[in-house]
Design a protein. Structure first.
Lengths: 85, 401, 354
């Protein structure tokens, strides 16, 4: 689980071009949207592709992402439960 | 600013017909042009539906009498067909008798050819003639060439899905300010893998027929189309004793300044665009008889636009409105242009086209689009077009000057 | 009708033009067929959250816009009008190659969204919270000039008082390769200082962003008055002298009134003959200025010509590197600009000092 969280943080920084951030800047329970990292709806779409590409999880409705992408913790839990690769 | 901007001709090619008459017939018969995709090989073919023009490129080239060595993109081909119809409809024999320009709109440009030959260009010279027709202005150059407009003002606008409306707006201003006597305005966008995949990544493509203003709408269908209007000054109308189809009475462009792709919750930009257009027309909201809405059938647009319409008209005083996207799909930069043709057809025939595929009232507000073909004496029609980059445009057409 | 003034200018090109206190004081001599823009520190102008998705062209456009506003002492404008010939090329190439390389799978939205032609105009509006008129012209080498004409109409009729107008284009790797194959880019390397005398086909490609605040209110710091802008789709080079003369005529000027002509020569032996018609014709005895040899050719290189002309009128001097002939002028009142690309999209712009 810890390795997955680390991997998620690295991928998020790279995929979303968060140039000024490092893995240490993101806490496991930081809000990814809103007050925390302040990601937006375009980032949410990027994360949906990340789930598909890296973990074989397909979301068809962007609204599903809202709870899954709340924090690194929620993402890691969801991926662990649903991953197919 | 008292000069009138008369519309004297129009031409169109879309998924519901290859000319104005065919489009009108489909509109009144509630016949939509949405189907599975047949002309582009895409892995999404079973997940999406589109509005395709019936003709193949080869057929279009034959209709235009082009040689096999031509380098027209599909955007240029369909644009030329629609623009030629408009010129013929306006009864123009000598295009350069008056100072004539063309303002076209496109978002795809020559991307259809680029995406087919992108890497092949490096290896083989068979299709390299298309390299120079990639840029957006090329389709307009080709249309100008087809119409015989050489020295005049020729330009292209690309503001995503409001482009076509903006071309009409610029044309009207060029006539009003006396820069031109006559201007052909409109837009052209063909189907491409680029836009299909782009909208797919935004997760706003419906897997079935699009349902504008419906509670359970699932997104848009992409369409391809081209349409052009001939705008002429009072002087030309008088000198040539011309039949006028209608007038461009008002127009407004505003920016939502909210998000790169999404519309603001309450449609600030849309509200401003409608208000500006009313002001230019010297109308109040009650003067509008029918609204041809943008109505793309995405969750975001229809809510935002609906709220903006309520802000401008008041919930109790909204005239009949409908989106024609269920017929044609969303034709991007051509949308404002084809819907201008539909608005003029509505005015000419005193008829409001139905908003197809609607089943369930949206829960956020109580306004319902016009669901059946309705005869009504129309003096004015408002047409909305909104695009990425917060770009919001409204054009108002009238029967009388 | 109100008069229209250039109240501020900003430029990012393959020369260090982003520092507007200089006027091509220290030249960069390029030796390649493709010359890249010298970039300012974007972080001084764009917050990191906004910049993270922006390709070079968008950054150049947004920063040049902000510089132009700063110089005009404005926080807001009434309208934003952008010109771009090729649009957001890098994002377009990125998204298209991803479609092809991954067979339409695992595509992400960012490059598609950013590839839209009006991205720069939209981003500037978003950052300024400018809800006004926002147009993007995409008509080859008349993209910027179309916007200029639009802005001028609005200011003359007092529909707006301050309008941000600019042009931006970026180089994209794949498109550069394609332009080499079809010889729109020269086959051989060439120095900036040799381009204007080149005897070969094609030109040197560049990139950049040039923005201006136009206003119908003259300020102490205004650069010039824009008297006229005229666009032509196609012109035969044999009729150029006649067309230029009638353009001057329409503005009640004669050839002798023009202190300098600013021309879009790009060293393409096939097409520079258009300019030669004028330089050996009616403007034979007029000071001639060229600029594309320093920054490369691109669809919106011509607004750099406007930048040059604005600086000449304000500073009343012409840097040596811009001079095409040896004729000197001591004071500058009227400047005529003429541009075209590959025989299409011709434009004339007439400026007056103020």
């Amino acid at each position: 689980m810890e390795a997955l969280k680390q991997e998620l943080k690295e991928n998020i920084i790279e995929q979303l071009n968060l140039e000024d951030m490092s893995v240490e800047d993101i806490a496991d329970d930081d809000m990814l949207f809103g007050d925390g990292l302040a990601l937006d709806s375009i980032d949410a779409l990027e994360l949906i592709v990340m789930l598909d590409k890296n973990y074989g999880i397909k979301l068809t409705d962007p609204k599903e992402g809202r709870t899954i992408f709340e924090s690194i913790n929620t993402m890691a839990a969801y991926i662990t439960e649903h991953r197919s690769k | 600013m008292s000069k009138g901007v008369a519309i004297t001709g129009m031409g169109i090619i879309s998924a519901i017909g290859n000319n104005v008459a065919e489009n009108f017939q489909s509109l009144v018969e509630a016949r939509k042009g949405i189907s599975r995709i047949s002309k582009i090989d895409t892995i999404h073919k079973d997940d999406i539906m589109v509005g395709e023009i019936a003709y193949s490129n080869l057929e279009l080239e034959e209709l235009l009498g082009l040689t096999p060595e031509n380098n027209y993109s599909r955007t240029g081909l369909i644009g030329a067909i629609a623009a030629k119809e408009a010129i013929k409809n306006a009864g123009i024999k000598d295009i350069n008798k008056y100072l004539t320009g063309i303002v076209s709109a496109t978002s795809v440009g020559g991307m259809d050819m680029t995406e087919q030959h992108y890497y092949e260009y490096l290896e083989s010279d068979t299709n390299r003639r298309y390299i120079a027709s990639h840029h957006a202005g090329d389709s307009t150059q080709k249309i100008a060439e087809q119409l015989g407009i050489d020295k005049g003002l020729v330009t292209t606008i690309s503001t995503a899905c409001s482009s076509g409306a903006n071309a009409i707006m610029l044309g009207a201003r060029l006539i009003k300010s006396g820069q031109l006597d006559r201007v052909i305005v409109g837009g052209s966008d063909c189907m491409s893998k680029f836009t299909i995949n782009g909208f797919k990544t935004l997760m706003i493509l419906s897997d079935t027929y699009n349902t504008p203003f419906d509670e359970n709408r699932k997104g848009l269908n992409l369409g391809e189309a081209a349409a052009f209007l001939v705008l002429e000054s009072d002087t030309v109308i008088k000198a040539e004793n011309k039949t006028v189809l209608g007038y461009v009475k008002g127009y407004g462009n505003a920016n939502d300044a909210f998000h790169q792709t999404a519309s603001s919750d309450h449609g600030d930009g849309a509200t401003l665009a409608m208000e500006k257009a009313l002001k230019i027309a010297d109308f109040s909201a009650k003067d509008i008889d029918y609204i041809n809405a943008h109505g793309t059938a995405t969750g975001n647009n229809d809510l935002s636009e609906g709220r903006a319409i309520i802000r401008v008209f008041g919930e109790e005083n909204i005239p009949e409105f409908s989106s024609t996207k269920a017929y044609t799909g969303h034709t991007l930069a051509a949308a404002g242009a084809i819907e201008a043709v539909y608005s003029i057809l509505a005015l000419q025939n005193n008829v409001i086209f139905p908003n197809l595929n609607f089943k369930t009232q949206m829960k956020e507000f109580n306004i319902t689009p016009q669901l059946k073909l309705k005869e009504k004496t129309l003096k004015t029609v408002m047409s909305n077009s909104f695009g990425f980059g917060g770009n919001c445009s409204t054009v108002i057409f009238s029967k009388e000057q | 009708m109100k008069k229209v003034y250039i109240n501020s200018i900003s430029s990012i090109t393959a020369q260090k033009t982003f520092d507007n206190s200089e006027f091509l004081d220290k030249l960069i001599i390029h030796e390649n067929q493709v010359v890249f823009a010298v970039e300012p520190n974007y972080k001084d102008y764009i917050p990191p959250a906004a910049a993270r998705r922006m390709a070079k062209g968008i950054k150049m456009g947004v920063v040049a816009s902000k510089m132009a506003l700063q110089e005009a002492n404005l926080e807001q404008v009434d309208a934003i009008i952008t010109g771009t010939g090729m649009g957001c090329l890098r994002d377009s190439e990125k998204f298209l190659s991803a479609i092809i390389d991954n067979n339409e799978q695992f595509l992400t939205p960012t490059s598609f969204i950013q590839s839209t032609h009006n991205t720069v105009g939209g981003q500037v509006a978003l950052e300024l919270q400018c809800k006004g008129y926002n147009f993007t012209y995409v008509h080859g080498s008349n993209s910027f000039e179309s916007g200029l004409l639009d802005a001028k109409m609005q200011l003359e009729l007092d529909e707006a008082q301050n309008i941000l107008v600019g042009g931006v284009d970026e180089l994209g790797d794949h498109t550069t390769k394609l332009n080499k194959i079809i010889h729109h880019i020269k086959d051989e390397k060439i120095s900036s200082m040799e381009i204007l005398n080149s005897k070969t086909k094609g030109t040197v490609f560049g990139e950049g962003a040039n923005f201006f605040v136009l206003s119908n209110k003259k300020q102490a710091f205004s650069y010039a008055e824009i008297l006229s802008v005229k666009l032509f789709n196609t012109l035969d080079h044999t009729e150029l002298n006649e067309i230029a003369l009638s353009f001057l005529n329409d503005n009640h000027l004669s050839v002798e009134d023009i202190d300098t002509v600013v021309l879009g020569n790009n060293g393409d032996v096939e097409f520079d003959s258009h300019y030669y018609q004028l330089t050996s014709g009616i403007f034979k005895n007029t000071q001639q200025v060229c600029y594309k040899h320093l920054i490369g050719e691109f669809n919106t290189a011509s607004p750099f010509g406007l930048w040059v002309a604005s600086k000449i009128l304000k500073n009343q001097t012409v840097p040596g590197a811009l001079k095409k002939n040896d004729l000197a002028t001591s004071s500058f009142k009227y400047i005529l600009l003429y541009n075209m690309y590959r025989g299409e999209n011709h434009s004339f712009i007439l400026l007056k000092s103020c």
